[in-house]
Design a protein around this ligand. Sequence first.
Ligand SMILES: [Zn+2]
Length: 426
Amino acid sequence: MSNTFISFKTKTYLAIAKEPVYVGTGGYRIGRVDNTIIRDSGTNLPKIPGTTISGNARYYSWLAYKSEGMNLTLGCAKGKRTEKENACGMCPVCLTYGFIKDEKSHSGLAYFSDARILFFPVATMIGTVWVTSDEIVREFIDTDGSNIGSVSKEKFLAALEIKNSLPENNSNKLFLNFGWIMLESGREIDISLWKIKSNGENSEVSDLSDFFKKVENRICIVSKEVFHHIVNSNLETRTSVSINPVTGAAEGGALFTYEALPRGTVFIMDVTYENPKNYGNDEYGDNDGLNVVIKTVEKGFELFSSLGIGGMGTRGFGKIEIKGSMIGEKEYWESVKKYVENLEKRYNDLQAQLEKVEGEEKEKIDKEIKRITHSLNLYRKYIEVQKKKLEKQINNFNEIFNIISSINITISENDMPNETEEGENA
Ligand SMILES: [Zn+2]
């Protein structure tokens, strides 16, 4: 990240379902397919709403910092007062996701888009392919000048490798089954240079070239109408036993059915991060506060792959892996260092001012000092725990290094097998 101030930044991420993802409209009615998936009002395709992502992310960011030694309250996880505890209003979780506290409140600095389907996995006679539509490609992909155009309803576009693996029928045409639909192979496409489309000036398009390399010979593009049909006819429908939330036991005969997006579905989403410096305080440096905000969300994202998303989380549903160019540990800690040093400087400045003022002015400064003290204490504990953790790792590495360095063997060149001998053996 450059050192010049930027007021906001948009980052694009891919989310890959490691398990079926169920994001329901809520409300259980027993015995029928009533737990329907949430759909995008424009495209009518299933999606994961931004509010679901941000709600999960907040809780996971809180868990991550908590497990790293930061002393956060339950209120910080919710962003508002719980039975016992307030949101602190100063920790990175409150800063990033917003909070309501007594007379004070602040909206969050991270804005989550919905996660929309980019590629949808379908089992075919040549194995799993990832299907997308001409419409989705136009919206999200920079195709490096190659024009995909509109795909007709009877055809699909794919890379040469897919076309080569299809058997020819009597009329020398190539067909592929997408579930129940047979489509004829159309133009050949090359997606090796595809990139995620940029969102404009302050957009950081994550480098996803590794991901594209993996799937480039597995992607098929169909028309918008056919894509709807393929997605809707390949959703997983499952029946489950309803669990009584109070007793935790299965309720007699209470079966319900729900739909889920299958494992392997690839979603695309973006998060716009606002620089906390926009709200005036100099403790945030130029972009150090912004880096802390971004990293806070990305710490939460890391837990999506083990803790999951959506309504069926407790049944092991909805684990997703989020991919993107995440902020590195080194850059993050450089920003934390500057941020904490700025806070400390501000603390000292305010202490000096405190001696010169009285009355209302003094009360105001006192309050601000309390706020900063709370934040400094949170970071002090966090930094200490992280330091200890690293020390342990370094010691461990040192021991391993010493063992490896102390291994003493010499290799005599005469003992090495040479080509002639190998040749004779073969
Ligand atoms: Zn907090």
